[in-house]
Write a protein that binds this ligand. Structure first.
Ligand code: NAD
Ligand SMILES: O=C(O)C(=O)C[C@@H](O)[C@H](O)[C@H](O)COP(=O)(O)O
Ligand code: ZN
Length: 366
């Protein structure tokens, strides 16, 4: 079992996404990129590192005799400039130059901050992604959005910097706890909702297999999500237009993530934000009520939250207005015309945001 796809820019191949069940092919893939005898720094967090960094280091020592490991404390609260600063110091101390390589081994936090360090250290060095969470395998490792949070505002400081390779060993998902696993389903459901109704229906049909991590279904799901994300980012690598669709559920989702001090996971906040965006799409008459309810129930089916305790709507709206999707005072909000068909809308009002966020905090009677 293995699958591969290529991400192109301007019709030229830029990097491969390789879906595997082990790290057996990693050394040969890196060799093919000319990584032999370059210094390699594995950047990982305390959880992924304790599970996989030694195995990956052993594989990489087959092509380079200078492999070092930088480990930081796991958690979204460490996706900060402070952690990146620690990494810069480590790279300087280890005498990394422009030809050397960073390897992000872990989830989206590791990938985002390693990519940002790679984008900025010595004005840019190569990096590769070895995603180990479901969320990072289907979404964050692809597309070159790198960055860190700033004062808890999500991804406020960052750069576009494409990886040279995305290589995932999907057997790493066996050590992921269920809450983190289902957080990845938040982004997967988003992919179906914005681009592919058949995929969304396929996810419903295969819910049991997805719960059981059936190897064939898991591989197909990860591949289909990678294809959706890959096709969007290759058309619009720097989010001049269409790429914004990938932000479905994130405008309110990011504000909730900050409001909750990162106690809710990214995919959980995307689920809440998606229900709010689907709610607006229904109230505007784009979605039928049963489609809205189907979407909401799908998140519930994959153990994701669709409601929460009361929150300050003013604080959420103020945070939304400081997110990156503002365009001369207007929010670039993503709505659904139907399941599988998203579009950018710049007319969402404060009242609509308030009502949709309020819906999340309703008393649950149904
Ligand atoms: N750049 C992008 O395009 C993009 C896309 C989506 C999300 N993101 C970002 O990704 C982050 C969320 O990523 P995430 O959900 O992977 O979170 P994460 O990186 O915090 O990983 C989740 C947890 O799982 C642990 N872990 C990782 N792999 C493991 C494994 N195989 N077994 C056991 N534990 C493991 C980690 O140590 C961490 O505690 C957010 O910061 C979000 O903003 C970025
Ligand atoms: O790749 C993208 O583009 C996305 O929007 C994917 C999102 O899942 C991801 O969380 C991204 O980091 C959000 O983008 P941001 O620009 O709002 O930080
Ligand atoms: Zn996301």
């Amino acid at each position: 079992m293995s699958k591969m796809l290529t991400v192109n820019y301007n019709k030229k191949p830029i990097y491969n996404i390789i879906i595997e069940n082990s790290y057996d092919r990693l050394a040969e893939e890196l060799k093919a990129l000319g990584a032999e005898n370059r210094k390699i720094c594995i950047v990982t967090d305390s959880n992924a590192g304790s599970l996989y960094s030694q195995e990956v280091a052993d594989v990489l020592k087959g092509i380079s005799d200078q492999v070092v490991i930088f480990t930081f404390e796991a958690g979204e609260e460490n996706k900060t400039l402070d952690t990146v600063r620690g990494l810069y110091e480590f790279l300087i101390m280890s005498r990394f130059d422009r030809k050397d390589i960073l390897v992000a081994l872990g989830g989206g936090v590791t990938g985002d901050l390693t990519g940002f360090a790679a984008a900025t250290y010595l004005r840019g060095i190569d990096f590769i992604q070895l995603p180990t969470t479901l969320l990072s395998q289907v979404d964050s490792s692809i597309g070159g959005k790198t960055g860190v949070d700033f004062d808890s505002y999500k991804n406020m400081v960052g750069a576009f910097h494409q990886p040279r390779l995305v290589y995932m060993n999907i057997s790493t998902l066996n050590t992921l706890n269920p809450r983190q696993y289902f957080s990845g389903m938040g982004e997967i459901l988003k992919h179906g909702l914005i681009k592919d109704e058949h995929y969304f229906e396929w996810l419903i049909e295969n819910m049991v297999e997805i719960y059981e991590k059936d190897p064939e279904i898991l591989e197909e799901m990860i591949y289909r999500s990678c294809v959706i994300k890959g096709r969007v980012v290759e058309e619009d690598p720097e989010e001049k237009g269409e790429r914004a669709l990938l932000n479905f559920g994130h405008t309110i989702g990011h504000a909730i993530e900050k409001y909750m001090d990162f106690k809710l996971l990214h995919g959980e906040c995307v689920a809440l934000g998606s229900v709010a965006a689907a709610y607006i799409s229904w109230k505007r008459g784009y979605l039928k009520e049963d489609e809205f309810l189907e979407i909401r129930d799908m998140f519930v089916g994959f153990r994701l939250p669709v409601s929460m305790e009361s929150i300050s709507l003013d604080e959420i709206i103020n945070t939304v207005k400081l997110d990156k999707k503002m365009d001369r005072g207007q929010i670039r909000f993503i709505l659904l015309k139907s399941i599988g068909n998203a579009f950018i809308d710049k007319t969402v009002t404060d009242d609509e945001l308030r009502e949709a966020t309020g819906y999340l905090c309703r008393e649950i009677e149904d």
